[in-house]
Design a protein around this ligand. Sequence first.
Ligand code: DGY
Length: 322
Amino acid sequence: MRVPVLVTRASFPDIVDRLRADFDVTGNPDDTIWTQPELIARLQGKTGAMTTGSERIDATLLDACPQLKAVCNIGVGYNNIDVDACTARGVIVTNTPDVLTDTTADFGFALMMAAARRISESEHYLRGGSWTKTGRYDMFVGGDVHGSTLGILGMGRIGRAIARRGAFGFDMRVIYHNRSQLAPDLEESCGARYVDKETLLRESDHLIVVVPYSASSHHAIGATELKQMKSSATLTNIARGGVVDDAALAVALGEGSIAAAGLDVFEGEPQVCPALLAQKNVVLTPHIGSASVATRRAMASLCAENLIAALGCGPTPGQPPT
Ligand code: DGY
């Protein structure tokens, strides 16, 4: 009998077909969002699962699905998975780092630029038919990106890719704060200088948040931190909802204590804090940081390889797929 696995969300058909060569695959072609009891019911008897950030894999679920041996998540972030609970039960957890680094860095940069140069706000103005007078000198003036100070909170792969874009592409002074300082050669390779968090907040013209979500990064940017930023600064969050206090950010945007924000992730997404929706000076996108065709394929493909390797149906981890 072939090993039974669950693919929790709709995915590239050819990649799901590749899994069918090794596994008895139950998919979700209609892309239904299952409740937790529905997810548990569908995982009954399954040895592996290909999951996304939409599913919560916690101790209760694991205890209800004792045959589960591997949870392979599509995405670099895995805060939806209780890794300790998985480890304690011998369940392998994998993610899809590296393949999305540059695409997500591109997106973070785009969102930051859109916020700084007021692209969404001015597009709404134009589409709404308000552009009746051309050439007004102060129409949608924003902050410059080139030559300004780029701050990065969280200096993993994506943070470093953003730093390179800023330092070498846009002539920016790049400062960062991270749990630990990078080795000098790594700092040099991305043109960034380590500072404490207060300096990061105080000196950044454009602050991008790329830190993974955890109990210790919860509301790393809240009312207190927002007050420390320049009133001309922008804040961009491409990490996870919850790292930024969205309600406090809405207040800061409304009061003008920072100039603008770009958000791809939200606390409680797909719900978005109504107070944020009410602000004009924020660019909002539905968690699409890694959403280029090539990268989404690469993520799904790596996830499938991870599942095959984790369940011992293919090359061992570390061996390049053939
Ligand atoms: C990731 O890779 O973590 C993206 O945010 C998609 O979930």
